[in-house]
Design a protein around this ligand. Structure first.
Ligand SMILES: Cc1ncc(COP(=O)(O)O)c(C=O)c1O
Length: 367
């Protein structure tokens, strides 16, 4: 390409072009066919609450107005739900946007930032985009290694560490007591992002009350998973009010559209719907466990809406063969996690189709 000498910063000029996730739509364009089973992006297979659907329909009628940039109506019930003040909540266009905001708050060019090697890559994408230097701690077996993460923070002097609990891509979790002990042992000048995108699906031992007194701990939640609104783009951070005030200095105040705000608010008012989704996901996880047992595969125990199936060195080949059969799944990007494929809990119909195709193609990739 001709060098147009555009006045980009050195950071942008040297940044490799990276797409955090190739979307299933792009895969369809590539193959020229529609996917039969879309179980790769940990989207909900169980739709949105009927109350949310109705509220969103009504909100469409007001789309000519700007949204409320303070998301006041939504922050009030969220504050009530979590036992915090509305000033301790920042609503944004999903956790993905919040991750970028935190990085922008604390990461200067070349500054070390700590995460687990192979965990949710969008965080890494933001670190690169703001010129940070990613320092990673390896997993221990199927789990993120809290000791190794803390050691990495101490040895690099990082001011930011990322932890997803439950984790993506393997779906494993640490009990709350261990997460708290992890935060407690970190230096006082290190912020922790606790990404709880999947917390609704996690066992009770993972849950702990939100306490915003500690300014180091930023917890992130989303309406993309259990609430089924990934395409609406809405999530929030629970944090000390000084952190939320700092977000307000830099965030895109109109990023969260009116329809998403209305849907999230209505969905919060439908806990029975959420409970049904969680039950259906548990059923789906059990079905994948049974399928794995039938096929002689190991399924990693999951506290999320997906299950990682351990395939071994031919995992990537299996992913390709599944796509040739119009099944969309994903897999971890880096070793040693890339021994697995990651399958989202689909509807019973999707699960049956997936199982049928997996049974058929698995022998093709077995040594
Ligand atoms: C660990 C984790 N965090 C965040 C997200 C994205 O959340 P959101 O849709 O709220 O941006 C995902 C989505 O897959 C995820 O797995």
């Amino acid at each position: 390409m001709t060098d147009l000498s555009l006045p980009f910063t050195p950071l942008i000029r040297n940044l490799p072009a990276v797409v955090p996730f190739v979307p299933p739509e792009a895969l369809e364009r590539r193959t020229g066919r529609s996917l039969k089973v879309r179980v790769g992006a940990n989207e909900s297979a169980f739709g949105i609450s009927p109350l949310a659907r109705e509220a969103m329909r009504r909100a469409v009628e007001q789309l000519s107005w700007y949204n409320d940039p303070e998301a006041y109506e939504l922050r009030r019930p969220l504050a009530h739900l979590h036992g915090v003040a509305p000033e301790e909540i920042c609503v944004a266009a999903g956790i993905d946007e919040l991750l970028g905001l935190v990085v922008r708050l604390v990461v200067e060019s070349g500054a070390p930032v700590v995460t687990s090697r192979g965990t949710y890559p969008t965080f890494n994408f933001h670190v690169a985009g703001f010129g940070g230097r990613l320092c990673t701690a390896p997993y221990q077996g199927d789990h993120t290694d809290l000791e190794a993460l803390a050691a990495e923070v101490r040895s690099t002097g990082a001011h930011l560490v990322y932890l997803a609990n439950p984790d993506n891509p393997l779906g494993t979790w640490h009990p709350a007591a261990q997460v708290r002990a992890f935060v407690d042992q970190l230096p006082g000048d290190c912020l922790v992002i606790l990404d709880e995108a999947y917390v609704e699906f996690a066992p009770p031992e993972v849950h702990f009350p939100v306490q915003t007194q500690d300014p180091r701990l930023i917890r992130m939640r989303t309406f993309s998973k259990a609430h089924g609104m990934a395409g609406a783009r809405i999530g929030y951070a629970l944090a000390h009010r000084q952190v939320v005030a700092a977000f307000d200095k830099i965030r895109n105040h109109f990023a969260v559209n009116r329809v998403a705000q209305a849907g999230a608010l209505a969905s919060l008012g439908d806990p029975a719907f959420l409970q049904r989704v969680v039950q259906q996901v548990e059923e789906g996880r059990r079905a994948y466990q049974a399928l794995a047992a039938e096929l002689g595969l190991r399924a990693v125990p999951s506290g999320t809406n997906f299950v990682a199936l351990e395939i071994g060195p031919r995992a990537r080949k299996l992913l390709e063969v599944l796509l040739e059969n119009d099944v969309f799944v994903r897999m971890p990007g880096v070793a040693p996690l890339d021994r697995c494929i990651r399958v989202t809990v689909g509807t019973p119909q999707e699960r049956a189709t997936f199982a049928q195709i997996l049974r058929r193609v698995l022998p093709q990739v077995r040594p």
